[in-house]
Write a new protein. Structure first.
Length: 423
């Protein structure tokens, strides 16, 4: 069994590595072509059909690039297609989601406090929502709204907000944000696979037959490519979010998720503007900073631990030790032994957990004190641990952990403990 666990863990690592590599390739080529397209210079002496050109220097050489708005008069003998980066990113991400969230559904996907789902139901909702969401988005784009890009972009944002809220009503916070990212990535890859590349192949086929290609195919492709451009940065955030409980375990995680999409717009607007040589809209950075500060504020606004007013009051008052009862370490040790050590030990006993997550063990006093800030962040400030509350940690137990943390010497708390350890 250990050999299988090792193989399974390395398979997950390999898929994650592949996912990151292919995502870098896809995002890099996407951002490059967006910048190239916006930076094209229009001159009178350009060949017929060429909408702009660009001179670039890289790697010790010069590149002269011209763009045909529809198609060149004669089809080149060799064409380089940019599509496999997108397909590989989505396929590796989907496989990783199946390994992490479908095979580990009891810990990472299903939250029985929200919806008591059977495994097959959770997987069906997980996979089915990606397909149904794409169909709805595609219908919006193919409707008359496709001629009104700004309105369509606004409706796409509303759709993403609704998906964020909907996933949070069903799955764990970790899975909810991950699925919004997967849903967005599905839209982006499907745009490439089902719209952009097929339309380009129609243009190529027309050229081979001596026909004049329809410029509408280019307009449609550019619309979908623009959507992909603005969605890229939020997808990266959402894929990283499962490592940061202040993002996914907040009571307002779906609002945080929605604000991230606005940040994606403000950041990309800045770069798109400078690539188009239309100035430097520095106001976008100020707006981005304001949105990010709002996200940080929301993440700690109210602990998602229940409606206990005394708990919330104590936490919001910076956990003043004068306001809480003195908690002995034995109480804390007992809670951690019952609720945490099944995973966080040298030899975990929880099914399918073969070694302590993130190499964090909580078996003795020194280990618990060394991870006091993590315990507080993951089990009090947020409820990301235990995952899906699989070991049924109670509100009262979280209160005890909060009170224990409040009475620790300041030097044992982050960032003071971290700073002290480096002296």
């Amino acid at each position: 069994m250990l050999e299988i666990a090792i193989i399974w863990d390395w398979l997950s690592f390999a898929l994650r590595w592949l996912h990151v590599i292919t995502a870098i390739a896809w995002i890099g080529s996407s951002f490059y072509f967006i910048a190239l397209d916006l930076g094209l210079q229009k001159k009178r002496e350009l060949p017929k059909g060429v909408s702009g050109e660009e001179w670039q220097v890289h790697g010790g050489g010069f590149y002269h690039i011209q763009k045909y708005q529809v198609a060149p008069p004669d089809l080149p003998t060799q064409l380089t297609w940019f599509k496999w980066e997108s397909y590989s990113t989505w396929l590796s991400g989907f496989a990783l989601m199946a390994i992490m969230y479908w095979s580990g559904a009891e810990l990472y996907l299903i939250d029985r406090n929200k919806m008591d789902l059977e495994l097959w139901q959770a997987i069906l909702i997980s996979g089915g929502s990606l397909a149904i969401g794409w169909v709805f988005y595609d219908l919006l784009c193919k409707s008359k709204l496709g001629q009104r890009p700004t309105t369509l972009m606004f409706l796409l944002f509303i759709l993403l907000v609704l998906m964020s809220w909907g996933y949070d009503q069903i799955f764990t916070g970790r899975a909810a944000l991950l699925h919004v990212g997967a849903f967005t990535a599905t839209i982006m890859t499907a745009n490439v696979f089902l719209i952009i590349i097929p339309n380009q192949k129609i243009v190529v086929a027309d050229l081979k037959q001596g026909k004049t290609p329809d410029p509408e195919f280019g307009r449609i492709g550019k619309l979908r490519s623009t959507h992909n451009n603005y969605l890229t940065l939020p997808v990266i955030f959402l894929m990283l979010s499962n490592h940061y409980p202040l993002a996914f375990a907040s009571e307002y995680n779906w609002i945080i998720c929605s604000l991230i999409f606005l940040m994606g717009v403000t950041i990309r607007h800045y770069f798109n503007t400078i690539h188009a040589r239309k100035g430097h809209p520095n106001w976008t950075w100020a707006l981005t900073a304001i949105i990010f500060i709002a996200i940080m504020w929301l993440s700690a606004l109210k602990p998602p631990i229940g409606d206990d007013t005394e708990f919330s009051r104590s936490l919001n008052d910076e956990m003043s030790a004068k306001e809480v009862q003195v908690v002995g370490f034995d109480q804390v040790h007992e809670i951690i032994q019952i609720r945490c050590v099944a995973c966080h030990s040298q030899e975990p006993t929880w099914d399918r957990i073969n070694w302590a997550p993130n190499a964090v063990t909580l078996e003795g006093e020194k280990q618990i004190l060394a991870n006091a800030d993590r315990i507080f962040l993951h089990s009090v400030m947020t409820t990301s641990m235990p995952p899906s509350n699989a070991t049924f940690m109670t509100i009262n137990e979280r209160q005890i952990l909060m009170q224990w943390y409040a009475q620790l010497p300041q030097a044992q708390k982050w960032p003071f403990r971290q700073h002290h350890s480096t002296q």
